[in-house]
Write a protein that binds this ligand. Structure first.
Ligand code: IVH
Length: 662
């Protein structure tokens, strides 16, 4: 074939691809096709024939790739260039007004313009475009690392394979979801094929995206709405979120038409009310309205707290409520010893999940609601929280019911509390003692081997092996897991010991603010209230916890038995060895997970960041490290591997960043 023939064929292929892209955009994004399905199929077949005859012109962004797609080999982890944040929630008008008040206060503005968007109930996705070509797509995962679902995402017609302008790099964020019609069709098909129907469109969308065979994903009518960007290089991002969304539209992305600018809190609430009324007619699930501060410079000024931006909030709709019957009321003991009444219910599906238990909170709540065994009650499930009984349906109360009397103690109460405290202590996000589950915790307490968590560290392998149902190998593994957990971090220990209302985030903030356990234990409530997000109630819990000699004894025994945690370098401790370092961790590590590595670096005074920039001191690349390692090389930033990291942690004063061995 002559050179000009070749050039000709290539031009033909490119023209067809451009044509098909344009039709895809009209069809999927604008909802306004200009050719028939048949004519479209002809174009696609012509392209496929040419591509088959000339594989040398193969290209990952060809629209034909939507059709075939190669099966993904499992889902490889993929690190987002910028973390994918989550949203703080507001569950009432008051909470939303409070959000607005804080925003206005921090910005010193009387009123702020927000962009209102529907809160889509699907899965967050990160689409990476390099020079305008879709090169990868990943689920949100833990916000830092998601799963590579590129092959499946390519089958979704509304995801552009190429953008209409081509910034060097652009991460587009959006939600993949399944509209109601598609959901119903899919479930009808599942049933017809003898399969199990999906509980709700969200589950169906998740299940469809995580198919190993993209052909299966392709047969599911998934679609996407884009609502933000992550990393962007080689283009100027517009100054407001509203314009950013318009820019995404220009690039060819599908953006919800429900998006609107609202000026001030009253307009925001009016949008919310109107959207709640329209919710049943939208044709897809939404569970609230997201409000985002429009000006991007203000977003930057507001920043974020833990994993959520301060400039956005999800104002949730009232959760779904369902009727069911109370079969019995049990009383459970919590890890702090509090008694919680729990209603056992006739199973009922609420918000897509089958509920059989619901909390009744405490004696006062039960009395106020007058919930009795045999009652028909309204049950509510909001997000991932424990379902609760909202109220009794008085008209449906059978005769002969009696008011529930809350016992002041329950049989085995002390023991039950010890078990709960131990389960919490050993849990993954606390001391992370693998293999110590509910059953074993109960066994250890019942057999008198453990009464406080510190006792764990005094157990011998022989004692563990002697436990019924625990084989020698498991006993050894458990002993090792207990031993490993000795090297801990202050935030983990604070969380593990079970201070009322001190969750992981609060524990981390306490640790960062005070630096040492002693400083926290001796802090006054006024000092505790200086910590972000700690108010008088939680400060009171913390102060009371450390005023209790039993707790002090527990902490002391932990240390005597070899549990250690490094001090955290607080702002005042400028002499920590890695103060001034900003370290980026990327890829997988063998000897520890990234959280742990991050905690240890933090303890040495370093900052740990999710993205590589000129300010980065050192990039640690584990296995499968991708773009961040590349970027470090591009920017000439010192790069090391896990061995280098371990050496640095061992001897943090011994090396300059450039000399941390690769
Ligand atoms: S923005 C800056 N906008 O909600 C915060 N998220 O809790 C990043 N979601 O993971 C998210 N609709 O799956 C944003 N219009 C919307 C959304 C939305 C649904 C989901 C998304 C995200 C989660 C955050």
């Amino acid at each position: 074939m002559s050179r000009s023939d070749k050039a000709n064929i290539r031009a033909q292929i490119e023209a067809l691809r451009a044509d098909i892209h344009a039709h895809d955009h009209r069809y999927y994004v604008l909802d306004d096709p200009v050719i028939s399905d048949l004519a479209y199929d002809d174009l696609m077949r012509e392209l496929q024939a040419l591509e088959a005859a000339h594989p040398e012109y193969d290209s990952p962004d060809s629209p034909s790739r939507r059709v075939g797609g190669r099966p993904a080999a499992g889902f490889a982890p993929q690190t987002h260039r910028r973390p994918m944040l989550s949203l703080a929630n507001a569950f009432s008008r008051e909470e939303f007004m409070e959000f607005n008040r804080r925003v206005c206060e921090r910005l010193a503005q009387a009123q702020v313009v927000y962009v209102a968007e529907t809160k889509l109930d699907g899965l967050a996705i990160n689409l990476t475009y390099e020079s305008g070509v879709l090169v990868s797509a990943a689920t949100r995962g833990d916000g830092e690392v998601g799963e590579d679902v590129t092959a499946n995402i390519r089958t979704i017609g509304s995801v552009p394979l190429t953008l209409r302008q081509a910034p060097a790099l652009l991460e587009v964020r959006g939600e993949v979801y399944l509209p109601h019609r598609g959901f119903e069709a899919l479930n009808a098909q599942q049933l017809a094929q003898g399969g199990k129907p999906f509980a709700n469109p969200r589950n169906a969308a998740a299940g469809s995206l995580r198919q190993l065979d993209p052909a299966v994903t392709r047969a599911r009518p998934l679609t996407v709405y884009c609502y933000g960007v992550g990393a962007c290089e080689g283009a100027d991002v517009p100054p407001t979120h509203f314009e950013l969304l318009n820019w995404l539209r220009e690039l060819g992305c599908r953006v919800s038409p429900e998006t609107a600018r609202v000026d001030g809190v009253e307009a925001a609430i009016a949008y919310y009310a109107a959207m709640e009324a329209r919710r049943p007619t939208l044709g897809y699930d939404i569970d609230g309205v997201v409000f985002k501060v429009d000006r991007l410079d203000w977003q930057a000024e507001l920043g974020q707290v833990s994993r959520s931006p301060r400039w956005a909030v999800a104002f949730k709709f009232r959760p779904e409520e369902r009727e069911t019957r109370v079969l019995s009321i049990d009383v459970q003991v919590g890890r702090t010893g509090a008694l919680t009444p729990v209603a056992r219910l006739e199973p009922v599906v609420v918000g897509g999940v089958t509920v059989t238990n619901a909390t009744l909170h405490n004696a006062e709540e039960i009395a106020r609601k007058d919930v009795r065994v045999g009652d028909t009650v309204l049950v509510r499930r909001a997000g991932d929280v424990i379902p609760e009984v909202v109220s009794v349906v008085p008209a449906k109360r059978p005769s002969g019911t009696v008011p529930f009397v809350m016992p002041s103690t329950v049989p085995d109460q002390a023991l039950q509390q010890q078990v709960q405290a131990l389960i919490h202590f050993a849990s993954r996000r606390a001391m992370d003692i693998e293999g110590l589950g509910d059953r074993l915790a109960e066994q250890l307490v019942r057999e008198g081997l453990v009464s406080t968590p510190a006792d764990l560290y005094g157990l011998s392998v022989e004692q563990l092996t002697a436990l019924e149902r625990l084989g020698e190998k498991s006993a050894e593994n458990l002993a090792q897991a207990i031993d490993r957990s000795r090297r801990s971090t202050l935030p983990r220990v604070l969380f593990a010991v079970g201070i009322s209302e001190v969750g992981e985030t609060t524990a981390r903030q306490l640790a960062q603010h005070f630096g040492t356990l002693d400083a926290i234990a001796t802090a006054t409530t006024e000092m505790l209230e200086q910590v972000p997000d700690i108010g008088p109630v939680v400060a009171g819990h913390i102060a009371r916890f450390f005023a209790d000699p039993e707790h002090l004894d527990l902490l002391q025994r932990l240390q005597v038995l070899g549990v250690t945690w490094p001090e955290i370098a607080t702002a005042e401790k400028a002499d920590a060895p890695l103060v001034g370092w900003t370290v980026v961790l990327t890829g997988a590590l063998d000897s520890m997970n990234r959280d742990e590595a991050g905690d240890r670096l933090l303890a040495l005074g370093a900052k740990v960041s999710g993205s590589v920039s000129k300010k980065t001191t050192l990039v640690v690349a584990g296995s499968d490290a991708g773009s961040k390692a590349r970027k470090a090389l591009e920017l000439g930033i010192p790069l090391t591997d896990e061995t280098g990291l371990l050496r640095l942690l061992e001897d943090p004063r011994g090396v300059a960043p450039e000399l941390v061995p690769p």
